[in-house]
Ligand binder design. Structure first.
Ligand code: AMP
Ligand code: ZN
Length: 432
């Protein structure tokens, strides 16, 4: 197999040996900042106390709150003059989290990203269009540098502006794009409204990530454009994109274990969950000097996929993100994740690009409303057909989440759009 980096094909022994060496170096590096030195001293972890990978569990977790309190530069492990770039995590609430990188950090990040793209068949002959926001968001420059590292003609188109995206892609014959899942469907709809068939669009591969989406959503994107869509996972605290990526098998994302140590824990007990069970992903980066982060609580819920991948790579795979532990909502005593709702509604061919879950209180109790955009060609159907659709969506949702929401069918393009990550849930209960 042709690989971008020989580390992709390492044996488990080689991966684990390297992890231990790199973990020791990373802990040594982290100790150069006051925050970690104090934390590690309190936990009794000196420079030489890590003897095996199991000792990782003695290291205290790092949380988003920790990063917030150290904003802007409290977590630097190098003099600030060594830093060449910073990014921010895209959290919309609370104070920001800034992650700072040295030139080496940027280089190894670009290598990881190039590795991901190469794995799904992207080559220097490809024209790559980055349709995600630039600026502080890592999906812009993070992916951009990976594509350039691979040698692709790279178009930094940025987010939104479908007309311009389409023009650029046609003029340059764009074959590969990075696109947020919510935007992929919007772009396809835009093409259709222009009287064009999205399947004729030159794209053959899309890197799709940055926000949760279901397998059903992926199939829609693939069918719409007649292309392959590969799931891309990352978070600013661990650089950004390039942390885990699907291979051609499309059965889970390989976590690059030469660059990270992933763990999956029970968020309540903080103990590792048995292989294959869902829990919170905890990540340690192994290749960062500017701002190493140890055992970061991502809040993302996933599971390790047991067994070996058909592609032959032995880096463990994680399942698509089920949701964030802070995304889950409780309604009438039932725990629900927005992705369960998406999974159901995206199986209906009549459903358009977007949906929104609204939680309200009508004075008597909690009410869940699901607004679902319906594709134009179905919206003109007779009343009875629409009522039947509404009913069957509500029934199928009931089967999945055990409560019956109010389903409202709305016209396509009527729900609010964002240029960044889609907002799928509005909880208005507390505001009453
Ligand atoms: P940011 O704050 O911009 O670094 O966003 C990182 C977060 O985006 C992650 O912690 C996940 O919650 C989410 N995310 C990124 N990639 C994916 C993906 N492929 N699937 C689901 N969620 C994702
Ligand atoms: Zn694989």
């Amino acid at each position: 197999m042709e690989v971008f980096d020989p580390a992709e094909l390492w044996s488990r022994e080689r991966i684990e040996e390297t992890q231990l060496v790199r973990l020791k170096n990373t802990v040594g590096q982290a100790r150069k900042c006051d925050f970690y030195r104090q934390r590690l001293d309190e936990a009794g972890i000196g420079p030489d106390s890590l003897r095996s990978l199991d000792d990782l569990r003695r290291i205290p977790f790092t949380t988003k709150e920790d990063l917030r309190t150290q904003y802007p530069t409290g977590m630097l492990s190098v003099p600030q003059t060594e830093i060449v770039r910073m990014h921010c995590s895209s959290g919309t609430t609370g104070s920001p989290v800034a992650i700072c990188h040295t030139q080496n950090d940027i280089n190894s990040w670009a290598d990881l990203m190039a590795r991901c793209m190469h794995m799904v068949g992207v080559r220097r002959e490809d024209v790559f269009q980055n349709m995600s926001g630039y600026g502080l968001f890592t999906g812009g420059l993070g992916i951009h540098f990976g594509a350039e590292r691979l040698g692709c003609l790279t178009i930094p188109a940025g987010a939104g502006n479908s007309r311009r995206q389409i023009k650029l892609a046609k003029d340059f014959r764009t074959t590969v794009a990075h696109i947020l899942p919510s935007y992929a469907l919007i772009l396809g709809e835009h093409l259709r409204n222009m009287g064009e068939d999205p399947r004729e669009f030159p794209l053959r591969v899309a890197l799709v990530g940055a926000e949760p989406y279901t397998e059903e959503f992926r199939r829609r994107i693939e069918g719409l454009f007649d292309m392959k869509a590969y799931n891309s996972y990352g978070l600013s605290e661990m650089n950004g994109p390039g942390v885990a990526f699907e291979c051609l098998e499309q059965s889970g994302m390989h976590l690059w274990e030469d660059a990270y140590i992933p763990e999956i824990i029970d968020p309540e007990t903080c103990q590792p969950v048995p292989d294959g069970e869902v829990g919170e992903l905890v990540m340690t980066c192994l290749c960062r000097q500017g701002m190493p982060i140890l055992r970061y609580r991502t809040r993302d819920l996933t599971r390790f996929i047991p067994g070996e991948c058909g592609c032959g790579r032995l880096h463990r795979r994680m399942d698509r993100i089920l949701g964030r532990s802070d995304d889950m909502f409780i309604i009438k005593g039932v725990n629900v994740y927005p992705m369960q709702v998406e999974q159901v509604i995206m199986t209906f061919p009549e459903v358009g690009q977007s949906y929104l879950i609204l939680l309200e209180n009508d004075g008597i109790g909690d009410v869940m409303r699901v607004q679902v955009e319906v594709r134009d060609e179905f919206f003109v159907e007779d009343m009875r057909a629409l009522q039947n659709l509404q009913k069957s969506i509500a029934q199928r949702l009931r089967d999945e989440i055990l409560i019956t929401p109010k389903v409202e069918l709305v016209q396509s393009n009527s729900l609010p759009r964002t240029e960044g990550k889609a907002v799928r849930l509005q909880d208005l209960r507390a505001k009453k």
